[in-house]
Design a protein around this ligand. Structure first.
Ligand code: SF4
Length: 74
């Protein structure tokens, strides 16, 4: 499991499900990196509230339901 928490956003990629297809990276190339056959949230990604729709799009587009995105408090 890879996780990124930044600015009130929590993004995870379940590596037991991810196939490395790269669809998430194609949708949000500044936020997802594909490495070693799996997608990783870039740990230096500058995620803002303006990225919420993009992240929800990536979550919905993942063919293996590997992405989980949510707002969180603190
Ligand atoms: S779209 Fe899903 S399966 Fe494809 S690389 Fe991203 S997380 Fe992995």
């Amino acid at each position: 499991m890879a996780e990124l928490r930044v600015g009130g956003h929590r993004l995870t990629v379940d590596h037991d499900l991810c196939s490395g297809s790269g669809r998430c990276r194609d949708i949000a190339p500044d936020i997802f990196v594909v490495r070693d056959g799996r997608s990783w949230p870039a740990q230096d990604a500058h995620v803002t509230d303006a990225d919420e729709d993009l992240l929800r799009e990536a979550e919905a587009a993942c063919p293996w339901f590997a992405i989980s995105y949510a707002r969180h408090d603190a």
